[in-house]
Design a protein around this ligand. Structure first.
Ligand code: ATP
Ligand code: MG
Length: 257
Protein backbone atom coordinates (compact mmCIF):
# COMPACT_ATOMS: atom_id res chain seq x y z
CA UNK A 1 0.00 0.00 0.00
CA UNK A 2 1.26 3.41 -0.93
CA UNK A 3 -0.24 6.27 1.03
CA UNK A 4 -0.56 9.74 -0.47
CA UNK A 5 -1.79 12.67 1.66
CA UNK A 6 -3.45 15.64 -0.03
CA UNK A 7 -3.00 18.74 2.13
CA UNK A 8 -2.98 22.54 2.21
CA UNK A 9 -2.57 25.21 4.86
CA UNK A 10 -5.23 27.33 3.18
CA UNK A 11 -8.85 26.27 2.73
CA UNK A 12 -10.82 25.97 -0.47
CA UNK A 13 -7.84 25.42 -2.76
CA UNK A 14 -9.20 22.20 -4.31
CA UNK A 15 -7.87 19.37 -2.09
CA UNK A 16 -11.06 17.31 -2.08
CA UNK A 17 -11.53 17.81 -5.81
CA UNK A 18 -7.91 16.86 -6.45
CA UNK A 19 -8.18 13.79 -4.20
CA UNK A 20 -11.28 12.55 -6.03
CA UNK A 21 -9.91 13.18 -9.51
CA UNK A 22 -6.42 11.85 -8.83
CA UNK A 23 -8.11 8.70 -7.52
CA UNK A 24 -10.13 8.51 -10.75
CA UNK A 25 -6.96 8.95 -12.83
CA UNK A 26 -5.03 6.33 -10.81
CA UNK A 27 -7.93 3.93 -11.26
CA UNK A 28 -7.93 4.56 -15.02
CA UNK A 29 -4.29 3.59 -15.13
CA UNK A 30 -5.14 0.22 -13.61
CA UNK A 31 -4.46 0.75 -9.92
CA UNK A 32 -6.59 -0.38 -7.02
CA UNK A 33 -7.47 2.85 -5.22
CA UNK A 34 -8.80 3.60 -1.75
CA UNK A 35 -9.92 7.18 -1.08
CA UNK A 36 -10.08 8.06 2.62
CA UNK A 37 -11.87 11.20 3.82
CA UNK A 38 -10.28 12.63 6.96
CA UNK A 39 -12.31 15.83 6.86
CA UNK A 40 -15.45 16.37 9.01
CA UNK A 41 -16.98 18.17 6.00
CA UNK A 42 -17.51 14.59 4.73
CA UNK A 43 -17.56 15.78 1.11
CA UNK A 44 -15.22 13.37 -0.64
CA UNK A 45 -17.78 10.61 -1.20
CA UNK A 46 -20.04 13.09 -3.03
CA UNK A 47 -17.54 13.10 -5.91
CA UNK A 48 -18.13 9.35 -6.29
CA UNK A 49 -21.92 9.28 -6.36
CA UNK A 50 -22.26 9.04 -2.58
CA UNK A 51 -25.55 9.59 -0.76
CA UNK A 52 -25.53 13.03 0.99
CA UNK A 53 -27.65 11.50 3.80
CA UNK A 54 -25.11 8.79 4.49
CA UNK A 55 -23.87 8.80 8.07
CA UNK A 56 -21.60 5.75 8.24
CA UNK A 57 -17.90 6.50 8.12
CA UNK A 58 -14.55 6.21 9.85
CA UNK A 59 -15.56 8.60 12.63
CA UNK A 60 -18.50 6.53 13.90
CA UNK A 61 -16.75 3.23 13.10
CA UNK A 62 -13.86 4.27 15.34
CA UNK A 63 -16.20 5.06 18.21
CA UNK A 64 -18.21 1.84 17.86
CA UNK A 65 -15.37 -0.50 16.90
CA UNK A 66 -16.99 -1.32 13.55
CA UNK A 67 -14.78 -2.87 10.85
CA UNK A 68 -13.74 -0.34 8.18
CA UNK A 69 -14.67 -2.82 5.45
CA UNK A 70 -18.30 -2.46 6.46
CA UNK A 71 -18.35 1.30 6.00
CA UNK A 72 -16.57 1.53 2.65
CA UNK A 73 -18.50 2.33 -0.50
CA UNK A 74 -17.50 1.50 -4.08
CA UNK A 75 -17.84 4.05 -6.84
CA UNK A 76 -19.26 3.01 -10.23
CA UNK A 77 -15.69 2.90 -11.58
CA UNK A 78 -14.51 0.70 -8.70
CA UNK A 79 -12.76 3.21 -6.44
CA UNK A 80 -13.25 2.24 -2.80
CA UNK A 81 -14.19 5.24 -0.65
CA UNK A 82 -14.02 5.53 3.15
CA UNK A 83 -16.29 8.47 4.05
CA UNK A 84 -15.66 10.46 7.22
CA UNK A 85 -19.36 10.03 8.01
CA UNK A 86 -21.79 12.27 9.83
CA UNK A 87 -21.38 12.64 13.59
CA UNK A 88 -22.77 15.05 16.13
CA UNK A 89 -20.50 17.53 17.86
CA UNK A 90 -20.04 15.39 20.95
CA UNK A 91 -19.00 12.33 18.93
CA UNK A 92 -16.70 14.38 16.72
CA UNK A 93 -14.87 15.58 19.80
CA UNK A 94 -14.63 12.02 21.17
CA UNK A 95 -13.29 10.84 17.82
CA UNK A 96 -10.68 13.61 17.75
CA UNK A 97 -9.60 12.76 21.32
CA UNK A 98 -9.18 9.16 20.16
CA UNK A 99 -7.00 10.27 17.24
CA UNK A 100 -4.93 12.43 19.56
CA UNK A 101 -4.35 9.52 21.93
CA UNK A 102 -3.62 7.00 19.14
CA UNK A 103 -1.13 8.48 16.68
CA UNK A 104 -0.98 5.15 14.80
CA UNK A 105 -4.78 5.03 14.35
CA UNK A 106 -4.75 5.56 10.59
CA UNK A 107 -1.86 3.29 9.77
CA UNK A 108 -3.24 0.52 11.97
CA UNK A 109 -6.69 0.64 10.36
CA UNK A 110 -5.27 0.76 6.84
CA UNK A 111 -2.94 -2.18 7.50
CA UNK A 112 -5.93 -4.19 8.75
CA UNK A 113 -7.45 -3.86 5.26
CA UNK A 114 -4.65 -6.05 3.82
CA UNK A 115 -4.21 -3.98 0.69
CA UNK A 116 -1.75 -5.03 -2.01
CA UNK A 117 1.75 -3.53 -2.15
CA UNK A 118 0.89 -1.57 -5.29
CA UNK A 119 -2.52 -0.37 -4.11
CA UNK A 120 -2.85 3.36 -3.59
CA UNK A 121 -4.47 5.06 -0.61
CA UNK A 122 -5.24 8.75 -1.10
CA UNK A 123 -6.12 10.83 1.98
CA UNK A 124 -8.21 14.00 1.87
CA UNK A 125 -7.64 16.38 4.79
CA UNK A 126 -9.14 19.58 6.21
CA UNK A 127 -7.17 22.81 5.69
CA UNK A 128 -4.49 23.88 8.12
CA UNK A 129 -2.96 22.11 11.08
CA UNK A 130 -5.35 19.63 12.70
CA UNK A 131 -5.40 16.23 14.29
CA UNK A 132 -6.49 14.88 10.89
CA UNK A 133 -3.60 16.46 9.04
CA UNK A 134 -1.23 15.07 11.65
CA UNK A 135 -2.68 11.58 11.14
CA UNK A 136 -2.35 11.92 7.36
CA UNK A 137 1.20 13.30 7.41
CA UNK A 138 2.30 10.67 9.90
CA UNK A 139 1.10 7.87 7.60
CA UNK A 140 1.96 9.31 4.16
CA UNK A 141 4.79 8.21 1.90
CA UNK A 142 4.15 11.15 -0.40
CA UNK A 143 2.48 14.47 0.39
CA UNK A 144 0.69 16.49 -2.27
CA UNK A 145 0.35 20.16 -1.38
CA UNK A 146 -2.45 21.83 -3.33
CA UNK A 147 -2.17 25.57 -3.85
CA UNK A 148 -3.74 28.36 -5.89
CA UNK A 149 -1.68 30.65 -8.11
CA UNK A 150 -2.18 33.70 -5.90
CA UNK A 151 -0.23 35.56 -3.22
CA UNK A 152 -2.36 34.37 -0.29
CA UNK A 153 -1.85 30.69 -1.10
CA UNK A 154 1.80 31.14 -1.94
CA UNK A 155 2.38 32.82 1.43
CA UNK A 156 1.15 29.70 3.27
CA UNK A 157 3.58 27.29 1.57
CA UNK A 158 6.42 27.72 4.12
CA UNK A 159 4.02 26.84 6.92
CA UNK A 160 2.84 23.75 5.06
CA UNK A 161 6.42 22.71 4.31
CA UNK A 162 7.19 23.17 8.01
CA UNK A 163 4.41 20.75 8.94
CA UNK A 164 5.67 18.22 6.40
CA UNK A 165 9.14 18.63 7.87
CA UNK A 166 7.79 18.04 11.39
CA UNK A 167 5.74 14.92 10.67
CA UNK A 168 7.32 13.32 7.60
CA UNK A 169 10.91 14.26 7.02
CA UNK A 170 12.35 12.13 9.83
CA UNK A 171 10.94 8.92 8.35
CA UNK A 172 13.37 7.12 6.04
CA UNK A 173 10.44 5.81 3.95
CA UNK A 174 9.09 9.30 3.22
CA UNK A 175 9.45 10.14 -0.45
CA UNK A 176 8.89 13.88 -0.24
CA UNK A 177 6.33 16.57 -0.92
CA UNK A 178 5.11 17.76 -4.30
CA UNK A 179 2.88 20.63 -5.43
CA UNK A 180 -0.27 20.82 -7.51
CA UNK A 181 -1.19 24.33 -8.62
CA UNK A 182 -4.94 24.46 -9.06
CA UNK A 183 -7.37 26.83 -10.75
CA UNK A 184 -4.76 28.26 -13.11
CA UNK A 185 -6.16 30.82 -15.55
CA UNK A 186 -3.53 31.51 -18.20
CA UNK A 187 -5.17 34.81 -19.13
CA UNK A 188 -4.16 36.19 -15.72
CA UNK A 189 -0.70 37.65 -15.41
CA UNK A 190 -0.54 36.95 -11.65
CA UNK A 191 -1.34 33.26 -12.17
CA UNK A 192 1.40 32.97 -14.80
CA UNK A 193 3.86 34.81 -12.54
CA UNK A 194 3.14 32.66 -9.45
CA UNK A 195 3.45 29.51 -11.54
CA UNK A 196 6.78 30.71 -12.89
CA UNK A 197 8.06 31.45 -9.38
CA UNK A 198 6.89 28.04 -8.15
CA UNK A 199 8.63 26.27 -11.02
CA UNK A 200 11.81 28.25 -10.34
CA UNK A 201 11.69 27.43 -6.61
CA UNK A 202 10.41 23.87 -6.64
CA UNK A 203 11.34 22.57 -10.12
CA UNK A 204 9.99 19.09 -10.86
CA UNK A 205 8.23 18.98 -7.52
CA UNK A 206 5.48 20.98 -9.25
CA UNK A 207 3.88 17.75 -10.47
CA UNK A 208 0.62 19.21 -11.67
CA UNK A 209 -1.05 22.31 -13.03
CA UNK A 210 -4.84 22.12 -13.08
CA UNK A 211 -6.56 24.83 -15.06
CA UNK A 212 -9.69 26.61 -13.96
CA UNK A 213 -12.43 24.68 -15.69
CA UNK A 214 -16.17 24.90 -15.14
CA UNK A 215 -16.49 21.17 -15.79
CA UNK A 216 -14.95 20.68 -12.34
CA UNK A 217 -17.85 22.24 -10.45
CA UNK A 218 -20.39 20.80 -12.90
CA UNK A 219 -19.02 17.29 -12.30
CA UNK A 220 -19.58 17.64 -8.55
CA UNK A 221 -23.16 18.77 -9.17
CA UNK A 222 -23.64 15.43 -10.93
CA UNK A 223 -21.76 13.54 -8.16
CA UNK A 224 -19.11 12.44 -10.61
CA UNK A 225 -15.38 12.78 -11.08
CA UNK A 226 -14.42 15.22 -13.82
CA UNK A 227 -12.83 12.30 -15.65
CA UNK A 228 -16.21 10.58 -15.88
CA UNK A 229 -18.25 13.75 -16.43
CA UNK A 230 -16.15 15.24 -19.24
CA UNK A 231 -13.37 12.90 -20.39
CA UNK A 232 -11.94 15.43 -22.84
CA UNK A 233 -12.02 18.67 -20.85
CA UNK A 234 -8.88 20.51 -19.81
CA UNK A 235 -9.16 19.60 -16.12
CA UNK A 236 -9.44 15.88 -16.98
CA UNK A 237 -6.26 16.08 -19.03
CA UNK A 238 -4.58 18.01 -16.20
CA UNK A 239 -5.51 15.50 -13.47
CA UNK A 240 -4.41 12.61 -15.71
CA UNK A 241 -1.03 14.26 -16.34
CA UNK A 242 -0.66 14.98 -12.64
CA UNK A 243 -1.45 11.36 -11.73
CA UNK A 244 1.12 10.12 -14.29
CA UNK A 245 3.79 12.34 -12.73
CA UNK A 246 2.95 11.09 -9.25
CA UNK A 247 2.93 7.46 -10.41
CA UNK A 248 6.34 7.98 -11.98
CA UNK A 249 7.63 8.69 -8.48
CA UNK A 250 6.09 5.56 -6.98
CA UNK A 251 8.74 3.00 -7.93
CA UNK A 252 10.97 4.87 -5.52
CA UNK A 253 8.66 3.89 -2.67
CA UNK A 254 9.96 1.33 -0.23
CA UNK A 255 7.47 -1.43 0.66
CA UNK A 256 5.30 -0.59 3.66
CA UNK A 257 6.74 -1.88 6.92
N1 ATP B 1 -9.68 23.39 -11.37
C1 ATP B 1 -10.84 23.90 -10.93
N2 ATP B 1 -11.62 24.66 -11.76
C2 ATP B 1 -12.78 25.18 -11.32
N3 ATP B 1 -13.27 25.02 -10.07
C3 ATP B 1 -12.54 24.30 -9.20
C4 ATP B 1 -11.30 23.69 -9.58
N4 ATP B 1 -10.80 23.02 -8.50
C5 ATP B 1 -11.69 23.19 -7.51
N5 ATP B 1 -12.73 23.96 -7.91
C6 ATP B 1 -13.88 24.38 -7.09
O1 ATP B 1 -13.35 25.04 -5.96
C7 ATP B 1 -14.17 24.80 -4.82
C8 ATP B 1 -13.32 24.28 -3.67
O2 ATP B 1 -12.82 23.00 -4.01
P1 ATP B 1 -12.59 21.89 -2.89
O3 ATP B 1 -13.80 21.69 -2.05
O4 ATP B 1 -12.02 20.70 -3.57
O5 ATP B 1 -11.47 22.61 -2.00
P2 ATP B 1 -10.84 22.10 -0.64
O6 ATP B 1 -9.43 22.53 -0.63
O7 ATP B 1 -11.10 20.65 -0.48
O8 ATP B 1 -11.69 22.92 0.43
P3 ATP B 1 -11.60 22.75 2.03
O9 ATP B 1 -10.33 23.41 2.43
O10 ATP B 1 -12.82 23.46 2.53
O11 ATP B 1 -11.59 21.27 2.31
C9 ATP B 1 -15.23 23.81 -5.27
O12 ATP B 1 -16.41 24.53 -5.58
C10 ATP B 1 -14.65 23.20 -6.53
O13 ATP B 1 -15.65 22.76 -7.45
MG1 MG C 1 -11.94 19.66 1.16
Amino acid sequence: MKIIAVVSAKGGVGKTTATANLCAAFKQSGRNVLAVDLDPQNALHLHFGGDPQRIAGTSRATLTGQDWREISVSSPSGIVVMPYGAVNEHDRQSFERHLDAHPDWLHRNLRALDLGTEDLVVLDTPPGPSIYMRAALTAARLTVIVTLPDAASYATLPMMEGLVQTYCAMRPDFLGHVFVVNQVDNSRLLARDVLQVMRANFGERVVGVVHQDQSVSEALAFNQSVLDYDPRCQATLDYQACARNIEAMLPAFAPSP
